[in-house]
Every structure is written in structure tokens, then in C-alpha cells.
Design a protein around this ligand. Structure first.
Ligand SMILES: Cc1cc2nc3c(=O)[nH]c(=O)nc-3n(C[C@H](O)[C@H](O)[C@H](O)COP(=O)(O)OP(=O)(O)OC[C@H]3O[C@@H](n4cnc5c(N)ncnc54)[C@H](O)[C@@H]3O)c2cc1C
Length: 501
């Protein structure tokens, strides 16, 4: 069974193709011949999302180099009625970059917009263009003796514009917040080709609606992010990392609360890996090894960090870990003695994701809830899934300190065919369990095409109606990433109800 789904508005006709040739010529005039790919061929990475779940066709891929060129391209597409699909590093996990099957979409790729426009070490801000790769930004600011805290597994290829468009989270949300908290100013091109510019980098600005927040997390449906002013922090001078073994999820909660109480603002990450996740990583990712002698049901990866050196963190970490060892909440553990060892602990956490992909198909659920509800959620949802589908395995891991669990349901390659038919029933069980603990069905990956039905099901009609109204106001012709986040069903439902009319 092939999972990749075509989506969109039907097939291209002859007139459409003729108009596409004209469009490509005009795009070449705007950005230069070398920066337009006409009708990218099937199989091109521009035509499908990262996971290959959704694929389509496009009239062209266009790569502008400046905000003015982006605005010109948008105006052209608007006047000719071509939809625009913003394309960052293409690491998004919900199908947000896939074009429709109609063949007329223009994929607007930000990869040439990588300039640092300004940096200010007094204000602790940097203004960068949207195509800047996250890892390059991290490296650049470390040269300024500063730290940019957004960090995630795809940081070698995701772009700042994509991070903003998806309101990316990652490992350090616990201490620094997600992208929404890290953006002080934004520049975006609106669907009519006008430029919204609010790159002032102010930490206080109570002058009406905070419009930049509309674009953060909007997945390219309201504007094309072209630059942002981001918060910087002092460089980290001490990092202490521990990998500890636990017997139960209740012990995990106890360790988390103790870490919070004793390490307070130094606690910069608190991640959980279950044994099954570590075992998959050991089995499938060559450089991963078990750092402990015995196997335990759960592990926590705890990171403390600080920008100062006067107050050593190691005694803080030793202090609360020793107390937890004595109480029995921690069964075993290891504190890294070098950066390399700390990286090997983080490698286990990252390899947990990679190993699941290598082991076979899985349904991924990126959910969040109040932190104290995590043990009950994992226990109840795992029991419900494994009782109904005995052939599958649940791998629940993630950012405990943010209340964000990646609740993945996996099977071996041999069951692949039948497994794919379970997607709907599995999702129902997981999302109902999430709703029952007051959680969210999408913590950090967004909606894209993949989670539109869930958005419709688990969001209040009033909230949906507001979303549809905002989209209609900013993009009345629906040319920016049409069909992403808001499905036609959502739009129809919202219009029929006329909640705010
Ligand atoms: C291994 C791995 C680990 C990951 N870990 C995490 C994690 O810990 N936390 C997390 O939050 N995510 C994670 N992700 C998901 C993904 O990396 C993030 O969503 C990331 O922010 C996407 O950035 P991108 O540049 O690749 O965006 P893309 O995939 O290119 O685009 C994502 C969406 O944003 C839109 N978009 C892209 N650029 C722009 C722009 N300039 N203006 C307007 N819209 C735009 C696209 O149209 C699309 O809808 C992970 C992904 C992988 C593959």
C-alpha cells in the first residue's frame, strides 16, 4: 500500500500549462533564470513533505533573494491566481510543504535568504533572514558569546522561517519557551504583496494587537516570513548532564519535581526515554550503547546549565540525585564527565526517533498535557492501544518538562500492510485520552494537512470560526498555502455556524 496521498484541486488542463509557461518566464524576470525551476519533475524533494506522506505537483519552484523579490513573486502569483507554498528546510512533520495535485502551485523557497541583517549584544538580539539554517544561527551567535536556545533534532536543515511558521519547540522550552517566546520582531510578506515590518526588537510594546504573533505558528497560511528579530541569551559556561534510570512513571514525576525545586532556573532540559526506545536505538543505530549495566523501564535525561562560573552546578546536581538514589526514586545513573559523554546521552534521545523509523512504520502523536497528568495518560493510552491491537508497541518519550509526549505506536516491517489500516482507530484512542486529561493533540508539530480533521474535532466552533475569519481577512483569495491548517470542511462548518456574524 502506498501511503503518499495526492491532494488538491484536480488535474491540470492545456490552458493551464500554457499559462504556466508565461508564469515561469515572469518569475525568471523577477528573480533571475538560475533561481526558478520550471515544472519540477516527479520525485523532486520540493514536491513532497519530509515523511513522504503527501505529494503533489507544481508549476515552478522560485528562490527569491530579498524581501522585495518575495513581494514581487507574491503579487505576480496573486494576479495570476497561483497558490504559493512557502518552503523552508522541509523538515516539518505534518505535510505543510506539499503542493496540491493540480500542478499550478508555486513553491516559494527561502533558501537564498540567509543574511544576518543586524546584531546587538546590548539589546541581546539578532535580526536574521528566514532562510537561515537553525544550526548556522546557533554557531554564529556563539561567536558573539551569546546563546540562541531553540534546539531540535532537525536543526542541521530546518530554517528560522520554518521554525517561526511552525512555532517550533524542541529541548529547551522548559527554560526558554518555544519560538513564540523567542521572536521579538518579524517581517512578513502578506498575500497582497505588501510587507509587514515590525523588526524593532522591543521587549515591551503594548500598542494594540501583537500582530507578529499571528504569523508565528500559522504554517505559511497568513504570510511569508522573510526575517525576524530574535532574543539572545548569555553564552552557557557550565552544562551538567545526567542520565538516570527509573522504575516507574511515578518515580519520573518525583525526580522531575525534585529537579525543579533544587535546580530551579538552572534546569534547562528534562527528557524521558523508555526502555523500549533505548533498546530500539541500540538495535538500529550503530553508535548508541546502553550507558548503564542493567536495563530499567524508564530513563530521564536531565540537563542543568548556567552562564556564570562562580556557582558550580555539579554540587547542585549531585545533591538532589543522591537524595533520590537514597529514596529509591532513582535506581542507577551516570553524570557526564565530558562534553562528549553528554552528547552521547543526547544521542540516545535523538536516536530514539531515528530508530523507530528504521524499525518499521509508526503512527506519531505529538501531544501535550498538564505535567502531572503524564503518568496516567501514558498508562491509560498504552493499555487501551495494546489491548485492542496486540501486535503493536507503544514508544512514549519526550519533553517531560514541557508536558510534551511523543506517543508513537509502532509495528515491525512484516505487519506494515495491515498496520496502516489502523491509523484512524489508533488516533481516536490517543486523542480521546489526550482530551480526557485536558491536553492538546498537537504540541509542537502543528497541523499542516495531517491533523486538519483533529483540529476540526477538538477545537471549539468559536475558535475555528475566528481562525477562518482571520484567514479570510488576510488572504481573501486563499493563495497562501491553501488547504493547510484549515480544511474545506472546517471552512464550511465555520461559515455555516456564523458564530460571530
Ligand atoms: C528529526 C526531526 C526532529 C524534529 N524535532 C522537532 C522538535 O523537537 N520540536 C519541533 O517543534 N519540531 C521538530 N521537528 C519538526 C520540524 O523540524 C520543525 O517543525 C521545523 O520548525 C520546521 O522547519 P522547516 O524550515 O523545515 O519548515 P518546513 O518543513 O519547510 O515548513 C513547515 C511549515 O512552515 C511553512 N513555512 C516554511 N518556511 C516558511 C516561511 N519562511 N514563511 C512562512 N511559512 C513558512 C511551510 O509552508 C510549512 O507549512 C523535527 C523534525 C525532524 C525531521
Amino acid at each position: 500500500m502506498k501511503l503518499a496521498a495526492m491532494h488538491g484541486r484536480g488535474t491540470a488542463d492545456k490552458g493551464w500549462l500554457v499559462s504556466t509557461i508565461g508564469l515561469v518566464r515572469e518569475l525568471e524576470t523577477l528573480v533571475g533564470d538560475d533561481h526558478v525551476i520550471a515544472s519540477p519533475s516527479a520525485g523532486s524533494s520540493y514536491l513532497s513533505d519530509f515523511r513522504g506522506l503527501f505529494a503533489g505537483r507544481a508549476a515552478a519552484v522560485v528562490k527569491p533573494a530579498t524581501v522585495e523579490q518575495v513581494a514581487d513573486v507574491v503579487r505576480l502569483c496573486q494576479s495570476r491566481g497561483h497558490a504559493i507554498i512557502p518552503h523552508g528546510g522541509n523538515t516539518g512533520l505534518c505535510g505543510g510543504t506539499a503542493p496540491s495535485s493540480a500542478g499550478g502551485d508555486v513553491i516559494l523557497c527561502l533558501e537564498r535568504m540567509t543574511r544576518v541583517r543586524a546584531q546587538d549584544v546590548v539589546n541581546n538580539t539578532i535580526t536574521v533572514e528566514a532562510g537561515c539554517i537553525l544550526h548556522s544561527l546557533q554557531e554564529h551567535v556563539s561567536g558573539l558569546d551569546r546563546y540562541f536556545p531553540l534546539s531540535l533534532g532537525a536543526e542541521g536543515s530546518c530554517q528560522i522561517g520554518g521554525n517561526i511558521a511552525t512555532n517550533a519547540g524542541g529541548h529547551s522550552v522548559l527554560r526558554y519557551g518555544n519560538m513564540r517566546d523567542l521572536v521579538l520582531g518579524l517581517e512578513a510578506v502578506l498575500p497582497d504583496g505588501s510587507i509587514f515590518n515590525d523588526l524593532r526588537g522591543l521587549r515591551k510594546n503594548n500598542t494594540g494587537y501583537d500582530l507578529k504573533q499571528l504569523f508565528i505558528g500559522s504554517e505559511g497560511t497568513l504570510g511569508i516570513v522573510t526575517a525576524a528579530t530574535l532574543k539572545l541569551f548569555p553564552a552557557r559556561r557550565q552544562i551538567e548532564t545526567a542520565f538516570v534510570a527509573l522504575r516507574s512513571l511515578d518515580d519520573l514525576m518525583e525526580v522531575y519535581q525534585r529537579a525543579q525545586k533544587h535546580a530551579d532556573e538552572f534546569l534547562s532540559a528534562f527528557e524521558m526515554v523508555p526502555r523500549i526506545g533505548l533498546q530500539m536505538a541500540i538495535d538500529h543505530v550503530p553508535e548508541v550503547q546502553d550507558p548503564l549495566d542493567e536495563a530499567y523501564p524508564f530513563y530521564a535525561l536531565i540537563e542543568l546549565s548556567s552562564s556564570q562560573i562562580a556557582w558550580p552546578l555539579r554540587p547542585v546536581l549531585d545533591g538532589f540525585l543522591e537524595a533520590l538514589l537514597v529514596s529509591g526514586a532513582i535506581r542507577d545513573g551516570i553524570i557526564s564527565s565530558s562534553l562528549r559523554e553528554a552528547q552521547s546521552f543526547w544521542r540516545i534521545r535523538e536516536a530514539c526517533v531515528e530508530a523507530q523509523r528504521l524499525a518499521g512504520p509508526s503512527f506519531k502523536h505529538d501531544v501535550s498535557m498538564p505535567i502531572d497528568r503524564i503518568p496516567a495518560f501514558i498508562r491509560d493510552a498504552t493499555w487501551a492501544i495494546e489491548r485492542r491491537f496486540p501486535a503493536v508497541q507503544v514508544v512514549a518519550f519526550g519533553h517531560i518538562g514541557d508536558g510534551n509526549i511523543h506517543f508513537n505506536v509502532c509495528c515491525g516491517r512484516e505487519q506494515e500492510e495491515t498496520f496502516l489500516t489502523l491509523a484512524g482507530p489508533v488516533e481516536d484512542i490517543v486523542y480521546e485520552a489526550v482530551a480526557s486529561v485536558g491536553g492538546s493533540f498537537s504540541a509542537e508539530h502543528g497541523i499542516g494537512l495531517l491533523k486538519r480533521d483533529a483540529l476540526l474535532r477538538y477545537t471549539s466552533p468559536d475558535a475555528l470560526r475566528m481562525m477562518v475569519d482571520i484567514k479570510g481577512l488576510i488572504d481573501p483569495n486563499n493563495i497562501l498555502n491553501p488547504g493547510k491548517v484549515l480544511s474545506p470542511a472546517t471552512v464550511n462548518m465555520a461559515r455555516d455556524r456564523k458564530v460571530f456574524a
